[in-house]
Design a protein around this ligand. Structure first.
Ligand code: FES
Length: 237
């Protein structure tokens, strides 16, 4: 856990939000996805679809309103669809940080502040988000509605730290300048390629192989089956 207050847009389901819609219905795309999800569970275990349906709702809100969040009326619609009490959906939605129970900006900037990312420059990533995204602190949404800033714990990609998650995508090996460039591209409506921003191949070492350098690389076409020495015991497969 870093020193920063761990705030995000996701925690409370207290009073109704001013922007809270008064009704919600699943659109055709969501309904098709729900059919697929619910087919995985026996009728008596439909409650297991709670998390997938929350994801589906959040995506629908992002698609249709530009703000990927889960209003309370949508949680009620999920409860109705699954035949469970609404509180069962509320308690899941408020437990997991990936569900936004308040409206957010068009792009959700999630800065990893855990130790490996902190040691590799997450403070610079945060500063770049604040400057380029016009954001004051964690939990803030920019006045133009473009960005919301959240601190998250380890995203499981420490090997390419520091990491910024934008919505569902990871941007890796960031520094101040590359983070600013990324945010400016998002503002222009572009979506830069995800993954390492320094061209690293997945999680390979920077600068290419660093160990086992004495081993000659042989292409599959060059490989030959080694000759069996005379008198060697037969190979048992
Ligand atoms: S510490 Fe940031 S991805 Fe693990």
């Amino acid at each position: 856990m870093s020193d920063h207050a761990h705030e995000g847009p996701t925690h409370a389901i207290g009073k109704q939000q001013p922007q809270e819609p008064t009704s919600f219905s699943f659109d055709a795309e969501s309904n098709a996805q729900i059919e697929t999800v619910l087919a995985r569970y026996p009728e008596a275990k439909k409650a297991s679809g709670t998390i997938p349906l929350l994801h589906i709702v959040q995506k629908q809100m992002g698609r249709t309103t530009g703000s990927a969040w889960v209003p309370r009326v949508a949680m009620d619609a999920i409860a109705h669809r699954l035949g469970i009490a609404p509180i069962r959906v509320y308690e899941v939605a408020t437990f997991y940080l990936m569900f936004n129970t308040k409206p957010i900006g068009r792009y959700h900037l999630q800065v990893c502040g855990t130790t490996p990312c902190m040691l590799r420059g997450s403070d610079d990533v945060l500063r770049a988000c604040q400057v380029a995204g016009k954001l004051k602190s964690y939990g803030d949404t920019s006045e133009d509605g473009m960005f919301t800033l959240t601190e998250v714990e380890c995203l499981g990609a420490c090997v390419n730290a520091p990491i910024l998650q934008v919505d569902d995508d990871y941007y890796e090996d960031l520094d101040y300048d590359r983070t600013v460039q990324l945010i400016e591209a998002l503002r222009r409506g572009e979506r830069p390629p995800i993954g390492s921003t320094i061209g690293r191949q997945t999680s390979a070492p920077e600068g290419g192989p660093q160990v086992l350098l004495e081993i000659e690389t042989v292409s599959p076409a060059q490989r030959t089956v080694p000759a069996v020495p005379k008198g060697a015991p037969p190979v048992v497969e």
